[in-house]
Design a binder for this molecule. Structure first.
Ligand SMILES: Cc1ncc(COP(=O)(O)O)c(C=O)c1O
Length: 392
């Protein structure tokens, strides 16, 4: 029977997961596999980082419907977090809770007024493309490829007049390029100009070299803006399974998300919210920020050195938990994966981060996103051996 629904495929990462499963009979990420294609962090404590909860307690009252606005303990924890680390002045009315980062991003794009044209970089987080296509959004692509070393500037954005809405992961998935300091400040100011607006996706906020930055440091009175700062418990707080994310924005924009929650979401699981509130509480989160920054910073360094010594041309910035680079010897990422599957390993082919979706003709066809997010300190030597064998 013909489906009554419009058809659409899963986001690109799943393509690699399915190919991996066909080739190995295993689900990537399970014991013994090398899930370098995947974007999840360790869900066990990192060396030097804080403990992670393995149980939560809740009462009968928590089995009631959650508030569409989000639970007060999580709203307050998020408010305190940004006001403490970035000297912002937000209230709990500036925060909307979602079941992860993606639903917050999707909702923002879904409710964006049609006169706004999305500005998005050529090399970006895979499901942005799916969301823009599914929602039928107009978008303009900002050059981000080997020619500019995946480092566009604000001038590239400025070239586009009219009502524009920036969508940007910062640190960028997959490149790790991170806008910080004056550059980030000028981008936030750009998004506050007449007719301009923007979404800063800060999923990898803790994974930065140097002082940890957020657009929240530069936003000023957020109620006077159309700036949306999105984050989640997924990466830095090491809890992708909680499915808790949030959007920080003006009160009037947050009210719309809350209306949406009352119509279509029914709030987010209370036990998850309680757990996330504990993870981001001020008496814990400083430790989490430094623990994550230090551990993943050292992983970025040693995997970077290893990949370069194997002949990869790396373009990785100083954030995130991916390496982004070109394979040696003209090898394509798909060919490389075929070789890696024999070792129960896989990378994410660069073509899946190409917002032009040019497939095999993409300048990203020889690029890979190598994720060290799920890797603990002990797998390094074995990982390098597999990479070496697959390149031989
Ligand atoms: C750039 C970016 N934004 C947001 C997310 C949020 O993920 P989730 O919806 O799992 O919280 C991810 C996870 O891969 C990401 O890489």
């Amino acid at each position: 029977m013909d489906s009554a629904l419009i058809h659409f495929p899963p986001m690109g990462v799943y393509e690699t997961l399915f190919k991996f499963q066909d080739a190995t009979g295993k689900y990537m990420g399970t014991e013994g596999t090398h899930p370098w294609a995947q974007g999840f962090p360790l869900t066990t404590p990192v060396p030097g980082g804080p403990d992670l909860p393995t149980s939560i307690s809740f009462t009968h009252a928590h089995l009631k419907y959650p508030q569409a606005t989000g639970g007060i303990e999580l709203l307050e924890a998020i408010r305190d977090y940004y006001n403490h680390f970035y000297s912002s002045k937000i209230t709990t009315d500036n925060v909307a809770i979602f079941a992860g980062g993606r639903p917050g991003i999707y909702a923002t794009l879904a409710f964006l007024k049609p006169e706004y044209r999305v500005l998005i970089e050529e090399t970006e987080y895979t499901p942005y493309w799916d969301a823009l296509e599914l929602l039928g959004r107009d978008y303009t692509i900002i050059q981000s490829n080997p020619e500019n070393r995946f480092r566009p500037t604000l001038e590239d954005y400025r070239a586009h007049a009219g009502h524009t809405f920036v969508v940007k992961s910062n640190p960028c998935n997959p490149t790790g390029v991170t806008w910080r300091g004056e550059q980030l400040k000028s981008m936030v100011e750009f998004c506050q100009e007449d007719g301009r607006a923007g979404l800063f996706d800060e999923a990898y906020e803790f994974f930065q070299t140097g002082e940890i930055e957020s657009a929240m440091r530069y936003v000023g009175d957020i109620d006077q803006t159309n700036v949306f700062v999105v984050s989640a418990a997924t990466k830095g707080l090491q809890a992708p399974g909680l499915r808790v994310g949030w959007v920080v924005a003006s009160k009037s924009n947050i009210e719309l998300f809350r209306n949406f929650s009352s119509i279509a979401m029914g709030g987010v699981a209370r036990p998850s919210q309680i757990c996330a509130a504990g993870l981001i509480s001020l008496d814990r989160v400083d430790h989490a920020r430094t623990g994550i920054q230090n551990f993943y910073g050292s992983q970025r360094e040693r995997y970077g050195a290893a990949l370069e010594s194997l002949g990869f041309e790396l373009f990785t910035g100083d954030g995130g938990f991916y390496h982004w680079g070109r394979l040696p010897g003209g090898l394509t990422a798909d060919e490389f994966n075929e070789r890696l599957f024999k070792h129960e390993a896989a990378i994410l082919p660069g073509t899946l981060c190409d917002i032009f979706r040019r497939g095999a003709n993409s300048p990203m066809a020889n690029f890979v996103r190598f994720s060290f997010g799920p890797l603990n300190a002990g797998s390094f030597e074995g990982d390098v051996e597999i990479l070496r064998a697959a390149l031989a």
